[in-house]
Write a protein that binds this ligand. Sequence first.
Ligand code: ZN
Length: 453
Amino acid sequence: MNPRRTRIAAASLLVLASCLFAAAWTQAAGDSHDLPVRAHLPLVANDEPRATTPIPSPATPTPTPSPTATPTATQPPDTTLSFDASRALEIARHLSVDIGERVAGTAGGDEAVAYLQGRFAAAGFTVELMPFGFESRYALASLQAAGQQLTAAPLTGSAGSSVTAPSLFAGHGAASDYAGRDAAGRIVVVDRGVFTFAQKATNAVAAGAAALVIVNNEAGGFSGTLGRAFPIPVVAVPGSARDLLLAEAAAGLALTVSVELPAPTAVNVIARPAPGSRCDLIVGGHYDTTPGSPGGNDNASGVASVVELARVTGPRPGVCFVAFGAEESGLWGSAALADQLAAAQALPAAVINLDVTGNGDDVELVGSASLRGRALQLAAAAGIPARPATLPEGSSSDHASFIEAGIPSILLTSGDYAGIHSPNDTFDRLNPVMLDATGELALALLLDLIEAR
Ligand SMILES: [Zn+2]
């Protein structure tokens, strides 16, 4: 664990998920390893940058105009170039509908990488997949019973495999509940409570079970930990599935339990204008999601806009476009890239980050004051509703990794995080008007920065 990771890991240990989300689950007596799951928010404060690389002033140096002043020094954006929201929407639709959940290090994440790689290449860029190691907090689980796909959450410590086998109900899963019963090779269903999850799993393994399903003693779901690794998949299911599961188990019918543990590596998708070229300006957004979320707004909206911006501007010297990986597990992809560029003494002059850009009433500008001031001027000139903002306490996004490295960076976001990190974060909730406004402002800022170099 490197120092940087430690700080970020500490943030992720405390809370994860750079964007806001809250889900509350219940905690019943007796299961000491069972933790209430609360909002995941990394604690990377949006500090003002220690600007090590001063932003080059506009071509014709002028005193810094106040935010209200219409830009005089900076040339109005090249109006021949325009952000096409319908193209960005099509990319967002493919990511959030055709692919759906895109947890870093899983098959869904890999599918998104291949798709984005193809889109950047189609726009004429040289695409590099930059691998990095990370610690995922997310494992995926599913449960099939009576032909239905049931909600399930893997317990930390569960094995990562898929098992289909006849089922058996074993009360609360005490050792005595297996007396005189043949659980060998079966999927055992038990009730939550009385014993810890680890005790239930230990007894199930001792009885030869192939997998363990723990049913909540309340309607909703829960998650928790086994405290150590177990050789069988162990999942938690909502109490609302109890009757169905007990009926299947009473008849000895088959269930399928699947747990997918993310690979410990993920990738950034880096679109460079030419092989090996420097990235003096970076426009980026993360492609990964949290489990169970199709990530329409968080963050198919932002990463699709990054691809569309790449198409609009085309390959230009020193300008790179990046789809960051593993942001939801703690900004790992952007931190890895910032580390790599710092080590190569090739940090960019500025970074524009797009995250959750498909709804809201105006564009929120978060991050370095110099970039926010410039963006405000450009927004005023273009008639785009925008305002400076800060993120809710403890939350952040990929621009923070570059701010930490002393690079002026800005996040363009909607500020409206309703429904993210949930199954409700669907494509049909995207607002094309705000997607377009944010894309146009990002384009204007990018062209202004290119012009000012
Ligand atoms: Zn996000």
